[in-house]
Design a protein around this ligand. Sequence first.
Ligand SMILES: O=C(O)CCC(=O)C(=O)O
Ligand SMILES: [Fe+2]
Length: 752
Amino acid sequence: MEDHIHYVSFLLKSVAAVCTIIAQTLPQTQHSNHTCSAMSLACSEDRTDNASVASVSIIGGGIAGLACASSLVEFGMDVRLFATGQRGVGGLLATRHFFAGESDAAIPCDTACQLFSASHPRFRELCALWEERGWVRRWPGRAVFLRPDGSCRDTQNSREVFVADGGMEYLARQLAVGISSAGASVRTQMWATAAERTRDGRWDVRWDHWSMGVSDYLVVAHSGKCAKRITSSPGLERCHAALKGVQLGVMWCVCFVFADRLGLPFEIGIVEHGRVLSWVGNQTEKLRAGSGSPSTSECWALLSSNEYGWKNKVPQEFVPAGKAESVAADMLAAFASLAKAQGCELPPVQRQYVQLWGAGPPSNTLQEADAVFDPITRAGVCADWCVSPCVEGAVLSGLILADLIWAHHARAPGAARAHHPPGQPRFEPSRRASAIAAFPGWLDPSTSSSSTVAAARRPVLLPGKATIGESCSSAGSRASRWRRAAHTTAPLEVSPAQIPERQQRRWARACGVRNDPALASDKTERPSTGPCLDKCLQMAVTVDELQPGMLLLRGLLTESAQQWVADAALEAGGAGKGPRPRSTGFYRAARGGGLELNAAQEGRGSFVRHLSACDPLFSEICLRCFAAAAAVASPGTLPELDAQACAFNFYEEGSRGIPWHRDIDETNEGLRNGTGRPVVSISLGDDGDFQYRAQRFDDPVQSLRLRSGDVLVFGGPSRGIPHAMTRVFPGTRAGTLRMVPGRLNLTFRHHV
Ligand SMILES: O=C(O)CCC(=O)C(=O)O
Ligand SMILES: [Fe+2]
């Protein structure tokens, strides 16, 4: 047995081996005390008494990672999931929203996975649960194979087929919410760059120079280039070898909103032997059931064939000018001829959107295992390509890896023995023509029903499975234990006090405050005018890198600094101490006499002032805030600061905020090429809801509650984020801040 322990393992696809592990895992509690917590992805016994809580880091927030995380949470493990995608969780469960035509309702469109089927009992049980919760619904639509000669033939689908209401991404988001509300930490837009083994054999997940936390187990639920890089560290050889063998497809998706209904007699068309297209899907029909809104336009998603994807491969981060247009034209032409064969002329296009999936659906499948797990180094991989290129395959792989980790952690006697000598991982081309498939057995007409997920695989079923919906006596207490554990780890900490002076001066020069004596002697206290500069910022804060170039530093300003900034800003804007406002800054003369806020209809006053006309402490505080953000920003994402002016906004109680806009001004060029100089925004007083979109006005809305002392920095690729202040919450500031009712915001930027 000792010999075997030295072997890195693949779990053989053998029911016997797997069941041995699981059966031996829980000898004492097997038939008693069933539990089933909120997620219920895998109901389990209450096993936490058997073993201490172990931690698992999961890199990848696609459906495989989410399934694995959910199951591990069920097992009582302390889970941290790092989603690497630009747009948060979901991976190929991706949905975009568009505005087109007259309608002001957003049109959802699935840009990769269109729907999924369920055949394996374990997955079907899960789908039933998701359905009960309203996360997915059965899809009654018609899917056909489209032949090159223009004929079409119905798919023989005897399986359950699902879509997520509002788009596939919804399912992923609901899973993520469920996982985090069960106490796990789910962090989005975390670009893990490496995983290193610590001296005590644990896993330190790194994002360049930061540690994002150390854990007992590591799961790579992510494919593509970065996954290969992450697994090139010692201890991950097995994972790396498997990842090297997988062939990921390249897929373009083009979404078209047509001005009128097409009247095609199907909702999903699977294009047989398509040179350009592989799938076409009517999003309006597919996603609208339940909403009932009559609409004349129709949105279709067209997915390219893998062959076309490879021929037209370009870097996903940088699609050359004109490429998206030429791909859209090719795909539209291919669709037009398919439609024509059905007797349909395409109506005019109102809107189009192009997306490239550089690490798209896999075209081969690992033969030896449903998941990769190395019990020696406690690391594993789960992915659709381990089982079957579809949602079901991804979920099963995630669940199986969770089973293996749990079995290992619980020291199942058979766990170490169940592994086999290493060899080169074997892959075979997926028998299903396209991974987006989600319809195992549908795509390749020659595939017999015996090659469905259910028949081909022997996934692990936990013994003594509880009935879904059964109450869980101890889930509450376990959840709070994990929550505490998750909160004690603050992976992105920055200590502003330690930022080198040299760097601070460089920024100071960029802002033109070089000659300010206060900065030259920045250790000196300024008792008459302001706080000690060294005490302006908290010693250490947690930073959220919301997306590249956009960082939120919660509560960065100390109370004394908040008080000074609030007093000085209100004073500068004419709302300072005194019997009544002065007609500068926030106020203007009202028509009927007296003064009013200068954006009175919004309950807001605003003005911009050059920094040379402001108290120098403003620039110094701004510089330090920026320095704190720059110290932790991903390399190359945050250009240097060159703020020369400050925009002051004062929102009175009941203010309607500030409408959607971009801070365009001087940086048009930077906005276009993603190198815009950063904006530093400081919030004071009452809480406010800051809404933003990742890049464009049709990206989904994200929301942040900004509180007094918070600092938001956005530059580089995030310089052009559309944003708005949608609501101010009266009376929510900390009692220690003495300020007129309302909210203040200071936005430092180049100049306006
Ligand atoms: O008040 C805020 O947080 C945002 C202000 C803003 O967007 C602006 O002044 O451009
Ligand atoms: Fe703004």
